[in-house]
Design a protein around this ligand. Structure first.
Ligand code: GDP
Length: 294
């Protein structure tokens, strides 16, 4: 799903979300494991402020397991509860209600002290478009609930879905806008397909992917495109030429040639980006905790 975000939409989404969160005990924030920082909304801390939080790194099947483990421990060291999930298969989702229950223990204790019977743990799934919110809600509900294509600003009657014995989940996710003022973040979002295609330049995204693979995922790059020699990057002016040289090699090996035998960089770039999105390049994570942007 792609939504165009304008200042008015963002202000409205923020207001609605702050209102919604008032009736919630725990905020479940969903991010894409391939871009655990770029796929966060910049204001999520403010919007969820004061509420216990559970962070879910979703789409773990598409990310580099070592990088996912690094992200998990990074957040855990800062006191955040983290789960690794694959919403498509349900992997890691059965323990969510239990973690949410732990996060509400103080609130329940306070209510009991006052003589009230605590209500079920009320949770909301929050995240930017395309991180898998609807897929996860459907998975937790055990049936198709979340309407894929939900839009911010459109109010529908909300319902609570029972998940296990202790948790109630809002049937509509909280949708927040992606961060788009930082070009580096934009590239990471675009590489995964999280932002609108017509806003992007495939050559720029492919350049970013090839550069990253030369630094971290050399074997996968060589294997996919049958490259016997890969250049070393030295972080200087010649790096750009080396990457263009690789585009030539990839374009030739994939038959992306124009008349006169010149490599068609547009087509080559599109192949690289689509290969990444369809996991033909393997499970690559595009950012590590040291490169986080929020
Ligand atoms: P939403 O916009 O946040 O509600 O995202 P969706 O639930 O519509 O999911 C966006 C895309 O990601 C869909 O094509 C889903 O099938 C896919 N998806 C969601 N979760 C996972 C996951 O854990 N692994 C994989 N491989 N794909 C997922």
């Amino acid at each position: 799903m792609n939504i165009q975000w304008y200042p008015g939409h963002m202000a409205k989404a923020k207001r609605q979300m702050i209102e919604k969160i008032k009736q919630i005990d725990v905020v479940i924030e969903l991010v894409d494991s391939r871009i655990p920082s770029a796929s966060r909304n910049p204001l999520v801390d403010e919007i969820a402020s004061g509420k216990p939080r559970l962070l879910l790194l979703n789409k773990i099947d598409m990310a580099d397991p070592a990088a996912t483990a690094a992200w998990k421990s990074y957040h855990e060291r800062r006191g955040l509860a983290v789960h690794l999930v694959n919403s498509q298969t349900g992997q890691g989702t059965s323990s969510i209600a239990g973690s949410v229950h732990q996060l509400t223990s103080q609130r329940r204790k306070k209510m009991e002290e006052k003589g009230f019977k605590p209500h079920p743990d009320r949770a909301l799934i929050l995240g930017i478009p395309n991180v898998g919110k609807s897929t996860l809600i459907n998975r937790l509900a055990g049936k198709k609930i979340a309407k894929i294509g939900d839009r911010p600003g459109v109010t529908t009657a909300q319902q609570w879905i029972k998940v296990g014995k202790t948790m109630e989940l809002l049937d509509t996710p909280g949708i927040l806008w992606p961060k788009f003022d930082d070009p580096e973040v934009g590239l990471r979002l675009a590489a995964t397909g999280a932002i609108k295609e017509e806003l992007l330049d495939f050559q720029e995204i492919a350049f970013f992917l090839v550069q990253l693979m030369l630094q971290r995922y050399r074997n996968q790059l060589a294997e996919r495109y049958h490259l016997s020699v890969l250049p070393e990057l030295n972080r200087n002016d010649q790096d750009q030429e080396k990457i263009i040289g690789l585009f030539d090699a990839i374009g030739k090996s994939r038959g992306c040639l124009m008349s006169g035998g010149l490599v068609d960089y547009d087509r080559t770039a599109e192949i690289i980006v689509r290969d990444y999105r369809h996991q033909k390049l393997g499970c690559l994570t595009l950012e590590l905790p040291a490169e986080k942007t929020i």
